[in-house]
Design a protein around this ligand. Structure first.
Ligand code: COS
Length: 385
């Protein structure tokens, strides 16, 4: 499964080089302009970044999940905006189609998602349904051979860049929970769809999230992912399990960058007549960060190997999401502390990373939701004996 080792190593090396030479030098522009320059968007497409998780038969690279988390660690070393641009194509926006789509749906959408010609956006969250995803209210009412969609989605990443939404809506109004939900592929240019202005956020400048309002949006029944109504919640959960490994891996990448920034500063900066890297209290912070980084890296790669082997890794993905995102929060905090006053200044990347990584503990399932998933899996296994 995935690419052979030599080919993969070449891909990873070229992504590493691209991150170092092209993306890291552009971080300040993204921060200042709150957008990614068009020439970099084009270069990212040409690198094949939109399609590495999409199977080869549909034009992607078809990497394994272990390989994917290594790529995401590399990309995690730079601004979250870059990952966010193609992240919905390789992750939560496309994977519902990859996992549960019909052959026709795969043929129609995956090749264009793989090249980055079109962008897919994942539309689950609503104003009154975040952690309790099964509480969504958006309706998709059957009308002849069509469904008519009404409601509002919230914090939808890439909504303004997307050509399609993979969207969860309630097709059975009598069923209040998960069983009444179906997943749809909805072209974003249909009449009745309004993408609201981009949200203003604490960090992650250059990423775009929006409310999206649906008023009597008509789609054919063939837009239901996999063709079967009532199983959309399960599709969403499977997609999120995989997506959580992506977030975990990019957190590991962000930690690597933060440790590098802190280490480099600690060797440059002198106090009391010597580099602060020679003081044991600074060394303790560096060592704690490196140890946690190593544990997180090992965990996410192992969780991905379980997914590759068994086709799912619900508990492992939740453990990795929780540990890696909490870890990078601590690493970012220590990096600011090591840089001292400089760490609070926008001139140094740790200030931006500190704000950017805060979201990791929230999106694609908060730490508390991961705890709930892990404990449920533990109890289920305990009861099964
Ligand atoms: N894979 C496959 N199926 C799954 C699944 C998974 N990971 N998790 C749940 N399901 C299935 C269950 O097996 C159940 O099916 P059956 O009724 O046939 O047994 C169904 O889905 C409902 O599951 P459950 O009862 O566990 O649903 P809950 O409403 O209790 O919700 C949580 C479960 C809390 C885990 C879910 O709402 C969640 O993940 N919330 C966070 C949402 C999130 O991450 N939002 C971020 C938005 S995207 S950026």
């Amino acid at each position: 499964m995935g690419l052979d080792n030599d080919t993969f190593q070449q891909v990873l090396n070229s992504i590493d080089r691209f991150v170092d030479r092209r993306l890291i030098p552009a971080e300040d522009i993204v921060e200042a302009e709150n957008d990614i320059p068009a020439d970099i968007v084009q270069d990212m497409r040409e690198m094949g970044l939109s399609g590495f998780s999409i199977p080869e038969e549909f034009g992607g690279l078809g990497v394994s999940l272990v390989q994917e988390v290594k790529i995401m660690q590399s990309i995690g070393r730079t601004s979250a905006a870059f990952r966010s641009l193609f992240g919905t194509n390789i992750g939560i926006g496309s994977q519902g189609i990859v996992m549960d789509g019909t052959e026709t749906q795969k043929q129609e959408y995956l090749p264009r998602l793989a090249t980055g010609e079109i962008t897919a956006s994942f539309a689950l969250t609503e104003p009154d349904a975040g952690s309790d995803a099964a509480a969504i209210r958006m309706t998709a009412r059957a009308d002849g051979d069509d469904y008519v969609i009404n409601g509002t989605k919230r914090y939808i990443t890439n909504a303004s860049r997307a050509s399609i939404f993979t969207l969860m809506a309630r097709t059975n109004p009598d069923e209040k929970g998960a069983a009444g939900i179906s997943a749809f592929i909805v072209p974003t240019d249909l009449s009745g769809i309004t993408v609201m202005p981009a949200d203003r956020k604490m960090g992650q400048r250059g990423t775009k999230t929006h409310d999206v309002v649906f008023e009597d949006v008509r789609v054919p029944a063939s837009a239901i992912i996999g063709g079967t109504p009532g199983v959309g919640f399960k599709t969403a959960m499977k997609v999120l399990d995989r997506g959580r490994l992506n977030i975990a891996a990019s957190s590991v990448g962000a930690a690597a960058r933060l440790i590098q920034e802190a280490l480099s500063y600690a060797h440059d900066r002198k106090a009391f007549g010597k580099p602060i890297a020679e003081f044991q209290l600074v060394q303790a912070m560096l060592a704690d960060s490196q140890t946690e980084y190593y544990a997180a890296k090992t965990m996410v790669e192992h969780a991905a190997s379980v997914f590759d082997e068994k086709g799912k890794a619900i508990e492992e993905a939740a453990c990795a999401k929780m540990f890696c995102t909490e870890m990078v929060g601590r690493v970012a905090d220590r990096a600011v502390q090591i840089l001292g006053g400089a760490g609070y200044m926008a001139e140094y990347p740790v200030e931006r990373f500190y704000r950017d990584v805060r979201l990791s503990r929230i999106y694609e399932g908060t730490t508390q939701i991961q705890q709930l998933i892990i404990a449920r899996q533990m109890s289920r296994k305990f009861k099964e004996g």
